[in-house]
Design a protein around this ligand. Structure first.
Ligand SMILES: Cc1cc2nc3c(=O)[nH]c(=O)nc-3n(C[C@H](O)[C@H](O)[C@H](O)COP(=O)(O)OP(=O)(O)OC[C@H]3O[C@@H](n4cnc5c(N)ncnc54)[C@H](O)[C@@H]3O)c2cc1C
Length: 524
């Protein structure tokens, strides 16, 4: 399947059960979509379902219909009250936010959206609850929104005046030694895999697959991102340069489409839907209830390299950028290296790279020429903090207990009473917890920029951009340099094909902490 064929076939299907952004599309979809006056029923409308109807839905979903409030409701009357202060403290914990039906990990985006709670949520326990919620929304012409991990940047997992399908409680995970997708016996060899329900976070998946079972599954870097949302977004983690895009590892999905049908999607059954789920955008095609992903052999080690190098002049910074690009091309442009370097307006190169497969000495050897060059540079470069190179058994990479002991500054754990002791998040993600976006731009950088005649252009562009704002290159979010099978698998997804020619994704973003005034303004 390729994008052109998919859209051709989509156009040929009169009634594809599509679930477009927050809108349940009924069977007479084509007419509704064409009509600019299409409008969902809001609580202020007389056709809003009455109490009896809601009660009936509640019974249909085993009692799991909840009234939704913003997590900050305690602050509405008094922002200095103890309960408000407690909530504000908790809003620095991504697991707390995820546990709130009305919580979102991004709290808004200037001039775009502000997090707003739904009216009701079906706290789904299983696919039947999802079917009931979709049917109810369709029959009553309600706004419908789906939330898993709640990490949407675009605000697509929250909507005022809506019914929410909240998958948080659907988090079972089953590891398989020999999985064959339904109807694929004979065409697909049995392979190790993991089946994950839609509300699971990556940390739960890593705990089951890596910490417990000693295997690797490609997921996200941020541990609290939802599995279903990330797979539908394409999905990259620290080691994607080796294992590819997360969506490309999808073997099978179970999906409830807007007509309320529970469908299996894999290479043989509903192959169009299967292809489109792989990176086609969360909430676009239906509500995914579970996913099965290929797993890989785990390497011996995972590790990281961290350093900050500051130049004392613009000229020295340009040289540093140029030298790093050349070093990256010669030594790091391969499946072993991922994550980030940032070029900052204060002429600092901030290195925060990860690797797979090397012990500490091997990683040091890779970087030695670069740090030797910096130390020997005749002009104006200072290594702000001595380079830190760490390597640990890969099986412990997401082991909260081990990391808290060995690298206490690198992780935080959910310290609420009764919280799972496996629930940790990287300190480097703390700034994103509940953040409010001021701007967020990204661009895939083609690998041709690493060729000799492209490097100077790239250096000039990075230097010029860094005069305005911090520019980060996320090497694991571009697949140039990845193994051919990872590239081929990514091509067979709905993701923008530019990903396979890019050596990195450049991100320029600005954000601040969620401001209580933003919340209060949205309530007035
Ligand atoms: C702090 C932060 C860190 C991030 N880190 C990474 C990273 O390391 N790697 C990466 O690739 N991306 C990352 N992202 C982006 C993230 O993968 C996407 O935003 C992803 O869509 C989030 O999924 P979610 O389930 O957590 O979010 P949600 O907001 O719950 O869902 C995202 C979208 O998917 C839809 N959706 C959710 N569940 C379902 C379902 N079961 N069926 C159908 N639709 C569904 C929602 O309606 C919404 O449109 C990050 C985002 C943030 C805010």
């Amino acid at each position: 399947m390729n994008r052109r064929n998919f859209f051709r076939r989509l156009a040929a299907i009169p009634v594809l059960p599509v679930l477009w952004r927050q809108l349940p599309i009924p069977a007479q979809a084509s007419a509704t979509l064409a009509s600019p006056s299409a409008r969902r029923v809001r609580p202020s409308d007389s056709s809003w379902p009455n109490a009896e109807s809601w009660e009936k839905l509640k019974q249909d979903v085993g009692g799991n219909l909840v009234k939704v409030e913003s997590p900050l409701v305690a602050c509405e009357s008094a922002s200095d009250s103890a309960s408000c202060q407690e909530v504000i403290k908790n809003l620095r914990n991504p697991y707390f936010i995820g546990d709130q039906a009305g919580g979102t990990q991004t709290s808004g985006w200037v001039d775009a959206w502000t997090s707003a709670p739904s009216v009701y949520a079906v706290a789904a326990r299983n696919a039947a609850d999802v079917v009931a919620a979709i049917n109810f929304a369709r029959e009553n012409n309600l706004r419908l929104v789906v939330k898993g991990g709640g990490h949407s940047y675009q605000g697509t997992s929250n909507a005022a005046d809506s019914l929410l399908i909240w998958t948080r409680a659907m988090n079972n995970i089953t590891v398989h030694d020999t999985f064959v997708a339904q109807g694929c016996a004979g065409s697909q060899a049995p392979q190790p895999a993991v089946t994950v329900e839609a509300g699971a976070m990556w940390i739960d998946t890593y705990n089951a697959v890596t910490t417990k079972a000693g295997r690797y599954v490609q997921g996200g870097g941020c541990t609290t991102v939802g599995v279903a949302g990330l797979i539908q977004s394409g999905g990259f983690g620290s080691f994607s340069k080796k294992y590819g895009m997360a969506a490309a590892a999808l073997l099978e999905a179970e999906v409830v489409t807007a007509d309320g049908a529970l469908r299996t999607a894999n290479a043989r059954t509903n192959p169009d839907l299967f292809w489109a789920i792989k990176g086609g955008g969360g909430g676009s095609l239906g509500v995914v209830t579970k996913l099965t992903l290929r797993t890989h052999e785990l390497p011996a080690f995972f590790g990281g390299v961290f350093a900050n190098i500051t130049a004392t002049s613009d000229a020295a910074f340009r040289r540093l950028i140029g030298q790093f690009i050349s070093f990256y091309k010669d030594s790091l442009f391969n499946p072993d290296w991922g994550e980030i370097v940032a070029f900052r307006p204060d002429n600092t190169l901030a290195i925060s790279m990860v690797f797979q497969g090397f012990d500490k000495q091997q990683a040091e050897k890779v970087w030695q020429p670069f740090f030797d060059w910096v130390r020997g540079s005749p002009v104006g470069l200072t290594i702000e903090s001595a380079p830190t190179i760490v390597s640990l058994p890969a099986r412990n990479f997401w082991n909260a207990e081990d990391l808290s002991k060995k690298a206490p500054g690198m992780v935080f754990t959910d310290d609420r009473p009764g919280a799972a002791d496996t629930h940790m998040w990287w300190a480097s993600n703390q700034g994103e917890v509940g953040f409010y976006l001021h701007g967020y731009e990204s661009a895939w950088l083609p690998a041709s920029l690493l060729e000799k005649d492209g490097q100077e252009r790239l250096m000039n562009a990075l230097f010029a951009a860094s005069r305005h704002w911090k520019v980060s290159l996320h090497f694991n979010k571009g697949l140039a340099g990845a193994p051919t099978d990872a590239v081929a698998a990514a091509r067979d997804t709905a993701m923008n094909p530019a990903v396979v020619d890019a050596f990195a994704l450049a991100i320029i973003a600005g954000s601040g902490p969620r401001h209580i005034r933003v919340f209060l303004a949205s309530r007035i």
